[in-house]
Design a binder for this molecule. Structure first.
Ligand code: UD1
Length: 301
């Protein structure tokens, strides 16, 4: 996009802040973030940070003033946390999206939103295409399915230009390691600190890990696509088991950490791998970073 007034919700967070970096040069960028997991330091100096909560209707309304395009990245991103506090997770992940879509309807705003492969639940087959029946196995998955469907409905009913990007497992710089963070940030932290690498369950569960730079590119493509009202899988089309991941990180980090197995998670997905044909054909999306390259650059930092 060029010469647009853009709102990035969650723009101080992991994916949002990388997106802001890619947008500031040619656009007027506003960030809405409550800095609960996001960091002020992540926000590019040329973007305007509005510090506030997306659950606060007035704050969100103000942030949406005079905007052409919204990237909605603000969310409670932990599947595990959604299992622990489903009501809170719902409030963060669902209603604010509807408010954004309502404003988009009156103000002609295009909305690109962060959906997730968690909407598919434990898949019947892999690779998972967009036609795979949704069957979320966590509150988080259900919340993302809800907003993914609202996006399509707002296009059908009111002609709002929406695109839902169903992210697979995104990783990269600025994904902070914490109890509720992505597994790669946790394993890299453990491997470099010399702590035990904690594989949950037997480690045979698979994930399709996609680098944040590729996810940013997918968002930029979505901002100018004609394929509105659509949802796209954003992954690489390859997957690894969590055990393979732990071995690879141990090796790349030249770590002497032990790999230990701990209890599996409830609501965890067994297998995951994206079919990305649709994103390739309709968006022109082509993931460029292999997992190994992504891990090497992350660990080199
Ligand atoms: C992640 C994202 C979610 C996204 C989804 C898409 C985070 C926090 N969550 O959920 O927003 O929509 O991908 O698939 O980024 N694991 C371990 N040891 C650990 C931590 C995790 O073995 O210390 C395992 C988990 O049990 C799980 C796998 O790693 O099997 C991935 O976990 P996690 O990174 O939390 O991602 P998802 O639950 O897939």
């Amino acid at each position: 996009p060029e010469g647009q007034r853009i709102l990035v919700t969650g723009g101080a967070g992991f994916i949002g802040s990388h997106l802001v970096d890619a947008l500031v040069e040619n656009n007027d960028v506003r960030v809405l973030d409550n800095l609960s997991t996001g960091q002020r330091d992540n926000v590019h100096s040329e973007a305007t940070l509005v510090e506030g909560d997306i659950r606060d209707g007035e704050t969100l309304e103000t942030a949406l003033s005079d905007i052409d395009l919204v990237f909605h990245e603000a969310a409670q991103v932990s599947v595990q946390r959604s299992v622990e506090v489903p009501e809170k997770s719902f409030e963060i992940n669902t209603r604010p999206t509807l408010q954004i879509l309502e404003r988009a309807r009156t103000d002609d705003i295009r909305v690109i939103l962060a959906s997730s492969c968690a909407i598919y639940g434990d898949p019947d087959y892999v690779p998972i295409d967009e036609e795979h029946p949704p069957s979320p196995s966590s509150p988080y998955g259900l919340e993302k399915l809800t907003i993914d469907r609202y996006a399509r409905l707002y296009n059908d009913l009111y002609g709002v230009e929406t695109v839902a990007l169903r992210y697979f497992n995104v990783y990269g710089p600025r994904q902070t390691a914490g109890d509720y963070s992505g597994v790669i940030s946790i394993f890299v932290d453990q491997a470099t600190e010399g702590d035990d690498i904690t594989v949950e369950g037997d480690g045979e569960q698979t994930r399709d890990f996609v680098h944040v730079d590729d996810v940013v590119r997918a968002n930029l493509l979505a901002a100018r696509t004609d394929a509105v009202g659509e949802a796209f899988n954003i992954g690489t089309g390859s997957s690894v088991t969590i055990r393979e991941l732990s071995d690879m990180i141990q090796e790349v980090a030249k770590s002497n950490s032990d790999i230990v197995h701990v209890d599996p998670r409830s609501g965890d997905i067994g297998e995951s791998r994206a079919e990305i044909d649709k994103a390739q054909t309709k968006l022109g999306f082509d993931p460029r970073t292999t997992l190994r390259e992504g891990l090497e650059s992350l660990i080199d930092e």
